[in-house]
Design a protein around this ligand. Structure first.
Ligand code: SF4
Length: 512
């Protein structure tokens, strides 16, 4: 084999070595029984036709490559934003490995969560014993201040009752009666990670808020929502709120736990909203959500408790940040300081400087409901044309909201909105009605390769590029980052298209 201690090859060159190439060829001939290459090509071409698109879009009983994750992943993310909190997922172990690896691969940071590791016997007789043993083990091994319990499909299918199980576990002494164990049922066969985020956020607040009596105060609760850029975005939110002089509680702040320094020690927990602040957040004057579709149940609950509530849709760019600052001003009475107005002016100036490259460019966007709304609004304000907007976890209300946004600008004319569709649908849509660029997560890479539409990575998960989440997309500063990310791809593409001397080498921002 070509690999040796003297010659260590990465997998990219390794699999090109003759030994591997011969092995792949033999495997194909002996075991794969493939169809002839021309037949495979013929079918591949047909899958890009209008005929196939119609059949594909009529598909109802099957989802292929959905642009969403399952509920417990969102619950694990929400719980990670509370101080020294360990996620305990009741159900099968493999599911929890998936949440941990998904979050770790995106944030390039360890992501802790434990599982009750239900197996066949628990699936038949219920997972009560797994809960009793699991809570005791998790508490003694990892010494959290709070254990947040969610569920996988397996526990939900057999109908395990978390409230009763946790009460029983406490009776049996797994953890102290006063030890906080909030929970949320997160059946993964409905909703998505955004629903799971909402359920866990409500579960944690319910645990603390139902114990207290509200004494209305002046503080503001801010809920960021499920966000792959939360490390930098939460810090940007705190900076802007600090500049405004607002007293606030950021409910679920993952910015430190998913961005730990390398200092020679392993810390399982870092930062996060403290338990004291979470309990005291009941007394806030208002709760502001930055992502409506991540917090519908939570905001309803906050309103029931007597708080004013307001929801935004992933505030990016000039209008998005304006809406955020105006909402904070409306809810707290605090003015927007000159420092933020200056940042606003700089972003507007940057957009104006680059308008000619953005104007009229067509984009397809896919991702979570709030992200796609925020992204579409940003494209409209820079003069670009959102052309297809897709959210696998978007419903009728999201579709209506997107259409209203599109109707507010001439650049939104003709844009098609795809609620509940997946990335295999998007392949058909883009093969028949292509755009200039595609905005989404790392899973768009294969659409980029297959259809030749350049991909701009701007939402969770991003596995095949590093450290994007360390730079904000929220606020005017974040708007600059989003603008530059889009412009870089446009100009990279322009460079590719203008590199034949004497033929396509038109003047492009380089003069003698
Ligand atoms: S969809 Fe169900 S089985 Fe799959 S990872 Fe999520 S909880 Fe586990």
């Amino acid at each position: 084999m070509p690999q040796s201690a003297e010659k260590v090859l990465d997998h990219k060159p390794l699999f090109q070595e003759p030994e591997y190439q011969e092995m792949f060829k033999a495997k194909k001939e002996q075991f794969e029984c493939p169809h002839p290459d021309d037949k495979v090509q013929q079918i591949a071409d047909w899958t890009k036709s209008w005929d196939y698109r119609e059949k594909n879009l009529a598909r109802e009983a099957l989802v292929v490559n959905p642009a969403k994750a399952c509920q417990p992943l969102g619950a694990v993310f929400a719980a990670a934003g509370f101080e020294e909190t360990l996620s305990f997922v009741h159900g099968s172990q493999g599911c929890v490995a998936y949440y941990r690896s998904h979050l770790a691969r995106h944030f390039k940071e360890a992501s802790s969560a434990v599982s009750s590791s239900m197996t066949e016997d628990a699936a038949v007789f219920g997972g009560m014993n797994n809960m009793i043993d699991g809570l005791a083990t998790a508490a003694s091994l990892y010494k959290p201040k709070m254990i947040a319990v969610s569920t996988t499909c397996m526990a939900e299918v057999i109908g395990d009752d978390l409230q009763a199980f946790i009460a029983n576990a406490k009776d049996k002494g797994s953890v102290d009666a006063e030890f906080p164990v909030p929970f949320a049922h997160t059946p993964a066969f409905v909703g998505s990670h955004t629903t799971g985020y909402d359920n866990m956020m409500k579960g944690i607040l319910t645990y603390f808020w139902n114990k207290g009596t509200r004494v209305a105060g002046e503080k503001l609760n801010v809920i960021p929502g499920f966000d792959g850029y939360a490390v930098a975005n939460n810090r940007e939110l705190k900076r802007m709120l600090g500049l405004m002089g607002v007293e606030y509680t950021l409910l679920s702040d993952v910015s430190d736990v998913y961005d730990m320094p390398a200092d020679g020690t392993f810390n399982m927990y870092a930062g996060g909203t403290t338990i004291e602040d979470t309990a005291a957040a009941l007394n806030a004057k208002a709760t502001l959500s930055l992502q409506q579709y991540c917090t519908e149940k939570t905001l309803e609950y906050a309103a029931e408790k007597g708080q004013a509530v307001k929801a935004l849709n992933y505030p990016m760019g000039v209008k998005g940040t304006d809406a955020f600052l105006m909402a904070v001003k409306e809810l707290t009475g605090k003015d927007v300081p000159d420092a933020l107005l200056l940042e606003r002016g700089r972003l507007v100036d940057a957009i104006a400087d680059s308008m000619n490259y953005l104007h009229g460019k067509k984009f397809a966007i896919y991702g979570d409901p709030d992200f796609t709304l925020g992204m579409a609004q940003f494209l409209l304000e820079v003069g670009a044309e959102p052309t297809h907007i897709l959210a696998t976890n978007g419903g009728k209300a999201w579709e209506k909201a997107v259409k209203e946004l599109l109707a507010s600008s001439p650049f939104g004319e003709g844009c098609q909105v795809w609620a509940g569709k997946d990335l295999w649908h998007l392949r058909s849509i883009l093969a028949t009605e292509p755009t200039d660029f595609l905005i989404g997560n790392s899973y768009g890479k294969y659409l980029e390769r297959d259809l030749g539409i350049p991909l701009i990575r701007l939402t969770f998960p991003i596995f095949d590029r590093h450290h994007h989440h360390r730079f904000p997309t929220f606020g005017y500063q974040g708007g600059l980052r989003v603008l530059v990310t889009i412009l870089d791809k446009i100009m990279d593409q322009l460079d590719v298209e203008t590199n034949i001397p004497g033929k396509t080498d038109i003047s492009f921002d380089l003069t003698r």
